[in-house]
Design a protein around this ligand. Structure first.
Ligand code: AMP
Length: 428
């Protein structure tokens, strides 16, 4: 019979042990920034009702129309693997009565997302997003804070050449009027648009502004710009966001074509790129914006919102090319070497006592020879090796060997954690 070889699915990938450090660094940085600004962590299920994303992200968006993994459960429910987290967080906010908490409610998250995209550099079918969401505050200060936090995450990860692209896409007062204006203009040039955009013209003309096709570039350049059609409220809001960014000296660039493609955005939208050819090709590292209608669309009380999401893989791909100092991880200074069956059996309990006292102890329980274990300890740069042999196990003792001086002392097993604690304290 032919042997079957299994491979991960296209666009899905393992995060191997050697790459874990990049992902850990990203998570730690996001968590640090979130904690600093008093954002609380939220986790939502990977599987949600497909309708949640149809209603919020939007039926006409690529994400819902082409990229969502959906299926019917055995019970007949139509569900989706989440393609993003904002709708889930808003669902949870409504479902768990967070509207009655003091506002704004500030939340952050991280976790896998799924989109059936054509796999290519920076585009995967399973990828990890982290994000920040603020619900219940319409102030432009919040938009700026979200942008600042997104920028801070990347700065802390040693990204140097960053650019924030920003735009305002208005609200339900001014956008319909602009949409009509834009549609009229685009319809007059329909035959010059790419086939995708010809279709978009009917459903969502704003998205044509986002099109990367060569054919549509010139048409975009001459198109009416939303900035000239914002209502007073949106105009004033956007002006204030920019003033905050100026004050914080953040490098932004107005991009009148940035619309971000999702249905729920209102007013501010932004994306942050690494300003290099590779960075541009890979796409935005973090993107977000304001979504003042989303809570209402999903059945909650009228509540403004603003947030951002970043892609861990895209960021990790760039981190891999940078030579960063390794993260400070606590390294073991103590190693437990055991000899003989009785000592091996009792070792688990000894290790557990050290773990409970928060002292990291390395071990190599699968090795039987003392020589091999000492060699491992040496490689790890261990200061103290605990030698636990048959005799010691019977007598309730343990030997401590100082690997630098070679000196050895015997202690009672019941006191060993306290004795090692004293020794480690002296090292500091
Ligand atoms: P979006 O929800 O499309 O605004 O995406 C937010 C961030 O998630 C982007 O800036 C990317 O960093 C990341 N992202 C989106 N789609 C993918 C994908 N298919 N593969 C990897 N990262 C992605």
């Amino acid at each position: 019979m032919k042997k079957i070889k299994f491979q991960s699915l296209p666009g899905m990938h393992d995060i191997l042990p050697e790459d874990q450090k990049h992902f850990q660094r990203i998570c730690k940085t996001v968590e640090g920034v979130a904690n600093f600004y008093s954002f609380q962590k939220i986790e939502t299920p990977i599987l949600e009702s497909a309708d949640l994303f149809c209603k919020s992200t939007g039926l006409d968006t690529d994400i819902v129309e082409k990229q969502m993994y959906t299926f019917r459960t055995k019970g007949g429910d139509y569900v989706a693997l989440r393609p993003e987290l904002t709708p889930s967080v808003v669902r949870s906010y409504i479902e768990n009565g967070m509207q009655s908490l003091p506002q704004p409610v500030k939340l952050w998250y991280e976790g896998p997302c799924f989109r059936y995209e054509r796999p290519q550099a920076g585009r995967y079918r399973q990828f990890h997003q982290f994000g920040f969401e603020v619900l219940g505050d319409k102030s432009p200060a919040i938009d700026s804070q979200i942008i600042q936090m997104s920028y801070d995450v990347l700065k802390e990860l040693h990204f140097k050449n960053l650019i924030i692209e920003i735009n305002s896409i208005g609200d339900s007062e001014c956008r319909p009027y602009f949409k009509k204006n834009l549609s009229n203009y685009l319809r007059s040039r329909r035959s010059s648009l790419c086939s995708n955009c010809q279709r978009r013209l009917k459903q969502n003309p704003l998205r044509i502004l986002d099109c990367k096709e060569e054919k549509c570039q010139q048409i975009k350049t001459d198109a009416p710009q939303i900035m000239d059609h914002l209502c007073e409220n949106c105009h004033d809001h956007f002006k204030q966001v920019l003033e905050f960014l100026d004050e914080a000296e953040m490098p932004y660039k107005l991009n009148p074509y940035l619309v971000r493609g999702l249905d729920y955005y209102t007013k501010t939208v932004f994306e942050i790129f690494e300003n290099t050819p590779q960075g541009k090709e890979q796409g935005a590292l973090i993107g977000g914006g304001r979504y003042d209608n989303l809570v209402k669309i999903l059945g909650g009380r009228d509540t403004p919102g603003c947030g951002a999401a970043g892609g861990a893989e895209r960021i990790a791909n760039i981190l891999k090319t940078k030579e960063l100092k390794p993260l400070k991880v606590k390294e073991a200074k103590v190693f437990l070497a055991q000899l003989g069956n009785l000592a091996k059996k009792k070792s688990l309990k000894v290790l557990e006592e050290f773990r409970r006292s928060k002292i990291i102890v390395a071990e190599s329980l699968s090795k039987d020879s003392l020589k091999a274990q000492l060699r491992t300890a040496n490689k790890l740069g261990i200061k103290y090796v605990l030698i636990f042999g048959q005799k010691e196990a019977l007598d309730g003792e343990i030997v401590v060997r100082d690997m630098e001086s070679g000196s050895q002392e015997t202690f009672e097993l019941k006191n060993i954690v306290a004795e090692i604690k004293k020794k480690l304290k002296k090292l500091k």
